[in-house]
Design a binder for this molecule. Sequence first.
Ligand SMILES: [Fe+2]
Length: 382
Amino acid sequence: MDITKIQGFNFPCPIRFGAGASEELADYLRSNGLSRPLLVTDATVAELTFFKQIKISLERKGIRTEVFSEMHKNPVKSDVLKGGAIFHETNRDCIVGIGGGVALDVARAITLRVHHKRDLFDYDDLIGGDKYVTEEVPHFIAIPTTAGTGSEVGRSAIISEDESKKKRILFSPKLMAKIVFADPLLTMELPPFITAATGMDALTHNMEAYLAKNYHPMCDGIALEGIVLIAESLETATHKPDVASRAKMLLASLMGAVAFQKGLGVVHSLAHPLSSLLDTHHGLANAINLPYGMQFNYEGFENRFDKMGDAFGLGSAAGNRVVDHIFEMNAKLGMPTKLSEIDVTKEHIEELSKLAVADFCHPNNPKPVSKEDFKNLYQRAL
Ligand SMILES: [Fe+2]
């Protein structure tokens, strides 16, 4: 099977996948009677050639676009409100999110905002806010430009409070994209660091989902295949990208996001505080913590590690080599292997551990994780 060719499949939503898939957008909009999309992207992608080309090709087919790209690196409520206002002011009829996790989160949150007028955080899933998501939402289309978060197949958006920067989660099944155009050509120019860091985020999703304690055999199968694809392609995609390696990473990223509806674990709980406290890139934070978190999980789950070892191509009984293999992967990708390399000091550990134990991911870790465990893990990774 040539995965670089455009193919379609329907899981968990309609997906057009392959080199050039994003060129189908104009015809898709036309055939759905849509002609005034709000293109939601971040300021960096807005300046890239492929984004300008998408815009020009839509305009050529008589589709009148409006671009919204005013968003913070960690997007906040006022970004979403601004985007929602522009949707109405410019009389839009659908939303197309084009970008990485941030742009797609903002696009999805605007999709919610357009016909839901309560305070945005009344819809916070952690306080049961999805019960207020009662109105229709505009037609939402997602086009990923990185291979990491897999946000294009998600149903939630993480948006922070403007002042406190506290992260809130907006969730509703209605926020699933009506269609995803996953085009590896849009990821060809990603620089090596972003490719490696976002790729390690995707790997962390697949591994943590596979180990998560909830029962979800379908997600287990998807996660293992996600690991296979990453093992085959991340190094090439980072150092010598070709369409095949980019395509495999884009698929693995989609698969990781589907798999982690089963849950994540200790590694994401170690990573999140580094981003909130020290602004560490999410993928980088996962990359560094992944081998340490996996070392913590190994004992008692040897069979699961054997399966992951097999997926990495290490052989059928090589679970005990998985941790070392991840260290080696990080080294080959040019990722740091110690927290001290990203300016974490032992003075940070108390605060990091406090935030980590309050994080929402580790309750799904296969083993319970205490504040003391988090301290030890940070200490070991220092
Ligand atoms: Fe992640």
